[in-house]
Design a protein around this ligand. Structure first.
Ligand code: SF4
Length: 345
């Protein structure tokens, strides 16, 4: 009989497994604690269990772990991890250290089907959805790798569209908040705009933060750079944001990757102010980080500042985000893309 992967089990399934193994209920609690808070790599790591118990459990179960294929550290401290899954699919996670927080940016799919034209992951296509434990294992592995530092915030902004892997992402969110004990206030799910699932996220997931990868102020430009817009155009997307229940003192984050001559004009900035009316929002302006053979350019710093000023004058909170880890290809999907195209960096 194949061994059971304990990390793939829900809390209830771990409890049943312990019961069926003839063990007292508190063993399930210990097991969950060691997997999610002490990052045990194997049952043998659980030193709270006797050697006999560890051996007995190891005969029928195991704890899976992503294999670390590569780890790169940027001059600015950003770290990238390339992980291999049990079926050899590869995904990446990015760790961003700031003064008051350490954020892990995680993937929800291997690849992505949405094909945003400014994104290397989009060019790879979708390999498959990640299971809930594969999403969480990025946090567990990165947490173990950076000890004694601790991850404080999680963002679903790595490879893939989280809301197209809805069930697994929601399952992962419940485990991250319930079993890893990370507050939902410190978790952000970012979507390219899968409108029906935005509402469902509010209904079915813990009350996490929502981010929208917006990147354009007209349907014409958004259709071109983010084909998902043809199915869920700007008006529908922003209406869904208006209806999203936002707790007091929280805002929806709008990510805006600035592409020179495409979406960085003063008219765009003015339109953006109007589009966001009625939504408690914050805009992150991200000057594009060009990759090899890409058609887009990064706007000049002056253009970025002018754009920001129009938003601020329109009472929109707007921050300019520096592209982190440029020297290690930290833009979405770039490390993975290098591997896929067969040229290890
Ligand atoms: S930007 Fe995000 S949604 Fe768009 S192709 Fe890349 S990974 Fe997918």
């Amino acid at each position: 009989m194949p061994k059971i992967n304990l990390k793939a089990l829900s809390k209830q399934e771990v409890e049943s497994f312990i019961k069926e193994s003839g063990l007292p209920a508190f063993r399930a609690k210990q097991l969950i604690h060691w997997i999610y808070e002490r990052y045990a790599c194997s049952i043998q790591d659980i030193t709270e269990f006797s050697k006999d118990l560890r051996d007995a459990l190891s005969d029928k179960a195991y704890i899976s772990n992503h294999v670390l294929l590569d780890r790169q550290i940027s001059k600015d401290g950003t770290e990238k991890f390339l992980f291999e899954l049990e079926d050899k699919a590869t995904i990446e996670s990015v760790l961003i250290s700031e003064e008051d927080r350490i954020t892990l940016c995680i993937s929800s799919q291997a690849g992505c089907a949405l094909g945003c034209v400014f994104c290397l992951t989009g060019k790879l296509g979708l390999k498959r959805n990640l299971k809930a434990h594969e999403i969480i294992d990025q946090i567990i592995n990165a947490s173990r790798l950076i000890l004694p530092r601790r991850i404080t915030n999680i963002v679903f902004m790595g490879m893939g569209e989280p809301l197209l892997n809805f069930e697994n992402v929601v399952d992962a969110l419940w485990r991250i908040t319930g079993l890893m004990k990370i507050s939902p206030r410190r978790i952000t799910v970012s979507t390219a705009g899968i409108v029906p699932k935005i509402k469902e996220l509010a209904e079915k997931a813990p009350m996490v933060n929502l981010a929208i990868s917006l990147n354009a102020t007209t349907d014409k430009v958004r259709n071109y750079i983010m084909p998902v817009n043809k199915m869920y155009p700007l008006k529908k997307l922003l209406d869904a944001c208006r209806e999203f229940p936002i707790p007091p003192r929280r805002r929806i984050t709008f990510e805006y990757v600035m592409l020179k001559g495409i979406n960085d004009t003063l008219e765009d900035a003015k339109r953006l102010v109007n589009l966001l009316k009625g939504i408690p929002s914050k805009v992150n302006l991200i000057p594009f980080n060009p990759f090899e053979n890409c058609e887009f350019k990064r706007p000049d710093d002056e253009a970025v500042l002018r754009f920001q000023q129009i938003l601020v004058d329109g009472n929109v909170i707007a921050l300019i985000r520096k592209s982190k880890g440029q020297d290690i290809l930290a833009a979405c999907g770039q490390l993975k893309a290098k591997y896929t195209y067969g040229r290890k960096i």
